[in-house]
Each structure stands twice: as C-alpha cells, then as structure tokens.
Write a protein of this length. Structure first.
Length: 324
C-alpha cells in the first residue's frame, strides 16, 4: 500500500474553481448582449429612450408580465404550464362573450378571471395525481383549450367590450396606462404570497425536494392544486387586460404567451427544476424581452427574425441556468 500513487487533487479543485467562473460569465453574457442591443437601438433611433416609448414598452408587456408571474409560481414549485396561451385565449373569450350577452363589464371581468382559475384548478388536479409530468398534462390541455377557443368563438373575434377598452386600451392615471398598474399590483401580490405566506414557503420546499417535503408533512397534492389555481387566476387577469387592450377577444390571441412567459421566468433567474427564484427577476426578464422586441421594431427588423432572436435568448438562458 505504501507504493500506491496518491490521488491528484489538482483537477478536481480546478474544476470547482472553474465552475463559479463559468457561472459568473454565464450570468453576465446575456445581460451584456441585451445592453448592447439597447445601446445600438438608441444610437440608431433616438426615440427609443423617450419617456413615451418606455411607457409604451411597459404597456405592451403588461399582459405578458402578469402571465409570467403565474408561471414563476409554478416553476418555483417544480411545476410547468404549457397551456397558458390557450388558457388566456379561452378566458378572454369568456370575458368578451359575457360582456356581449349581459352588457356588464364587471360580470365579464369576473367571468374571465374565474374561467382562468377554473382551468388552473383542473390542471392542478391532473398534475397532482402524478400520473404524468406537468409537461405532458399541460401540453394536452393546451391542445384541448385551443379547440375550445375555436368552438365558443365560432372561429371569429368577439367584439363589443368597448367599456373595457376605455379602461385598459385608452385609460391612464398620471400619464401611466392602467394595464401597467394592474401588472404592478400582480407583482406585489405574488411577491407577498411567495415570501410571506405558508403557501409560498411550501412551494419553495416542494420545488427543492418534493419527497422530503412530503415526508415533513407538507400537503403536496393540495399545494400543487393551489399553485395551479393561482396561476390560472393570474392568466385570467392577463386575459382581461389583453382583451381590453385589443378591444376584442380572438381564439388565438394567447398564442406564444406560454413560450414568452417561460422565457421571461428563466431569464429572470428561476431554474426550470424549481426550488428557488423571484418574481422580481421575472419582471426583469419581461422588461428585457419587451426592450428587445421594441428595439427590433424600431430598427425595422421583421417579425420572423424577432422569433429567431427570442429562440436564441431562451436557449442561452436555459444553458446559462445549467451552468450556475
């Protein structure tokens, strides 16, 4: 045994030393890239940094931000919802159809929000059975809801929500559009829920280690239902806001929202595997996506290229998350 060659520790230590460096570089590469885009856009079009344009960015991302806050809750708890876009379409249609049939904006708003919460409950019930992964279950729900949206709308836009448009499409307070206030209220509400309530603490625990959370007495099944229901309510709020902004509800108006919501959450620092994250970071991700989209519009870059850039951002964010 005295002739045994000692195990070299240099490589192992070097790899540990390199990992934090890789994580540090990873964190700032995306940020530097986005800052470069902002600077180039400001140079190419001075209107980019004007107060009106910055308010317009906040206005445009308000519905996405509200939906992304709900996705943040799920990802922290190791969940996922791919049906967000289709859910948003259905909730918006329910809102518009209720207003059209009753003439009551208040009933329409309540119907839209409750429709999102109801669908969220169904997702939570299905996911909590552990018969399949959230990815598969919500993918199936997405397809189902896309069909429901076409059926209840007849494949056509539902108009006639003028009072809702007056509030969310045209209304401002102190020069700031109302949808921005709604997004801010949703941000504060989710932040308080995740940081100051038992529901939030349980979500972090389940996201970190579901089996350990179950053994410690946390009601994991009920927690999942609650998290998906809360996500559904937020999507319902986003649907009402978007319906008001568009002054109509369309069967495909939520298309792509699930992708952009996940992108914003991941860019904001919440890992796909759960256990940690913050809604403040998600707000940063939403704003960065809004800045990129707005800058490309001002520079005259087509929508197809914008999709390419969004895909690259998502891919980079996921890869950099794995390096942390």
């Amino acid at each position: 045994m005295s002739d045994a060659t000692p195990i070299p520790m240099t490589d192992k230590n070097d790899s540990k030393a390199k990992t934090p460096k890789l994580a540090t570089v990873g964190r700032y590469t995306l940020l530097i890239t986005l800052v470069a885009i902002v600077v180039l856009t400001a140079v190419g079009n001075p209107r980019f940094l004007s107060a009106n344009n910055l308010l317009n960015i906040l206005f445009q991302v308000s519905a996405l931000g509200i939906a992304a806050f709900g996705q943040t809750i799920l990802l922290i708890g190791a969940g996922l919802d791919l049906s967000v876009g289709a859910m948003l379409s259905v909730a918006g249609l329910v809102c518009a159809l209720t207003i059209a049939s009753t003439g009551s904006v208040l009933l329409g708003v309540l119907a839209g929000i409750l429709a999102g919460g109801f669908i969220g409950c169904i997702n939570g019930l299905l996911v909590s059975t552990n018969r399949a992964t959230p990815f598969i279950i919500t993918l199936g729900m997405m397809t189902l809801l896309q069909g429901v949206a076409i059926i209840i709308s007849g494949g056509s836009p539902v108009n006639g929500s003028g009072a809702l448009f007056d509030v969310f499409g045209l209304g401002t307070l102190a020069g700031i559009p109302y949808p921005v206030y709604v997004m801010a209220l949703a941000l504060v509400a989710v932040f308080l829920v995740m940081r100051s309530t038992t529901l939030g603490r349980y979500a972090f625990a389940v996201g970190g280690n579901e089996e350990a959370a179950r053994l410690s007495g946390i009601p994991v099944r009920r927690l999942k239902i609650a998290l998906y229901a809360l996500n559904g309510l937020l999507v319902g709020v986003a649907a009402v806001v978007l319906t008001g902004i568009l002054d109509s509800a369309l069967p495909n108006m939520g298309t792509g929202y699930e992708l952009r919501a996940i992108a914003a959450v991941v860019i904001g620092g919440t890992p796909l595997l759960g256990g940690r994250g913050t809604v403040i970071g998600t707000l940063g991700g939403v704003l960065l996506l809004g800045l990129v989209s707005n800058s490309m519009n001002l520079l005259g870059i087509g929508a197809n290229y914008q999709s390419v850039v969004l895909g690259l951002i998502i891919t980079a964010a996921v890869i950099l998350q794995r390096s942390r």
